[in-house]
Write a protein that binds this ligand. Structure first.
Ligand code: PHE
Length: 453
């Protein structure tokens, strides 16, 4: 193995890869899920566990995924097959690829539904710009949206269509511009919102909620949610980064550097989102705790309504959030598509992408219906959508990550590792390897155990 190119195409430059990986990482996970998870899981303690997981578990696994991909050059399953053959280890490791592909399909199914909400909100603000009614009662607007299976299905379908177009063309085309200009725009907008947050006078209280841990709030479940959030936010554990690594040129890029850049950007965006949301929540007299999945949709419109050009901000915010979600959903669809392409032939890319997206769209209808018609249905005490999210995000991703860490740390040939990380100083390399061999697996196991027990 160790080919220099992939049949799926290659990133045109180092920058494109960094943009694509960041585009994958930054998405609804940072701006929708991080604030609401923080809100629902007690604030500071959750944030601290999340940050710890990013540094000790996420970053080492991120590097491992990219290097496995860059060595193998195929979709995760076939990359792993090749590595297993070359290293003479058990075939069972290929299961990592299967977990990844299944997790990706499950995640994309509800991800697209939530991304549809952001499209709907962008549309509401666009209409308002042309004289439509404002969102004066955000809670009612959100409830009305969730109550309508037709609207949800429409926006979910539209979003899936946008995703499949890019994946069908090959991820490199189309992706680059979106990430290069629109992501920085979203970043700036978040800064504006943080500025607005400061003007409310509630920033201090928000920072306390976000960063002062109250350990009495912590239990196994909070650990599980925080770790799942770390994996989800960095797009880890489901071979997305492995797939993107497969399209990465061999020369001129340092995997540790890229890993750090992606992890830092991703974490910064999540924290900024928290610092934008909570002052708004507090200043409008809402409770910071227990905001639920509707948090950004029920709180931000209050601020946009109060701002002088709020409609424009609202349109930009939800529009750009949809773009951020889009660059992530592309990376959710790509591993399964690449595998289908390898199985059924290179010319079938469009068909493969369409088939996988169609499957995700159909599965997404379960989430759509669980918000209204089937809202009473409970699986282990959760709605269908919550259950899929829990299983895929908080269980499958950490499990996939655990196996990737063990595989890289124990099973993979040392020369392959050293070759892929040739620019890394010996001491750091050893530290990284032991993080993968012992620390990350133990932490993941401990968290999984604490949630079960
Ligand atoms: N990281 C993305 C986000 O934060 C979601 C994602 C998860 C994308 C897993 C790819 C793989 O929105």
């Amino acid at each position: 193995m160790d080919k220099t190119t992939s049949i799926h195409g290659m990133w045109s430059s180092r920058l494109t890869f960094i943009l694509a990986a960041t585009g994958s990482a930054v998405g609804l996970g940072n701006i929708w899920r991080f604030p609401y998870m923080t809100s629902d899981n007690g604030g500071g303690a959750f944030v601290l566990v999340y940050l710890g997981c990013i540094a000790m578990v996420g970053l080492p696994i991120l590097m491992a995924e990219v290097l496995i991909g860059r060595h193998g050059r195929m979709s995760p399953i076939n990359t792993l097959r090749g590595l297993v053959r070359d290293s003479g280890v058990g075939k069972a490791w290929v299961g990592i690829g299967w977990i990844g592909i299944i997790a990706g399909i499950l995640i994309l199914s509800f991800y697209s539904v939530v991304a549809g909400w952001t499209l709907h909100y962008a549309w509401l603000y666009l209409k308002q710009l042309f004289g439509g009614a404002g969102i004066t009662d955000p809670a009612a607007t959100f409830t009305a949206l969730l109550a309508s299976p037709l609207e949800l299905t429409f926006w979910h379908g539209l979003f899936m269509l946008l995703t499949v177009v890019v994946v069908a063309m090959g991820v490199e085309k189309g992706l680059e511009r979106a990430v290069r200009f629109l992501m920085p725009a979203l970043f700036l907008l978040l800064l504006v919102l943080v500025g607005y947050g400061m003007s409310t006078g509630y920033m201090g209280q928000s920072l306390t909620f976000l960063f002062r841990p109250d350990w009495s709030e912590i239990d196994g479940n909070v650990f599980l949610r925080a770790m799942g959030q770390a994996f989800f936010s960095l797009s880890l554990g489901m071979c997305t980064m492995m797939t993107y690594g497969a399209y990465l040129p061999r020369e001129g890029i340092s995997i540790p550097r890229v890993g750090i850049a992606v992890a830092l950007t991703d974490t910064t965006v999540a924290l900024l989102a928290g610092m934008a949301i909570f002052p708004i929540v507090l200043s409008f007299g809402l409770e910071p705790a227990g905001g639920g999945p509707g948090l950004i949709f029920t709180s931000l419109p209050l601020a946009f309504e109060a701002m002088s050009v709020g409609v424009v901000y609202g349109l930009l915010f939800f529009g750009l959030l949809a773009v951020a979600a889009w660059t992530s959903s592309i990376s959710l669809l790509e591993p399964a598509t690449a595998f289908m392409v390898e199985k059924f032939g290179i010319r079938r890319r469009k068909l493969a992408a369409l088939a996988m997206a169609g499957l995700c769209w159909l599965l997404g209808l379960l989430s759509v219906l669980s918000l209204n018609v089937w809202s009473e249905v409970r699986i282990f005490d959760r709605s269908i959508m919550d259950f899929i999210e829990l299983v895929a995000n908080d269980l499958m991703l950490p499990l996939g990550g655990l196996l990737i860490a063990l595989f890289t740390g124990w099973a993979l040939n040392l020369t392959i590792l050293r070759e892929q990380l040739s620019e890394m100083p010996d001491g750091l390399f050893t530290a990284w390897r032991w993080l993968l061999r012992i620390v990350a697996p133990l932490l993941v196991l401990a968290v999984l155990a604490s949630a079960v027990l």
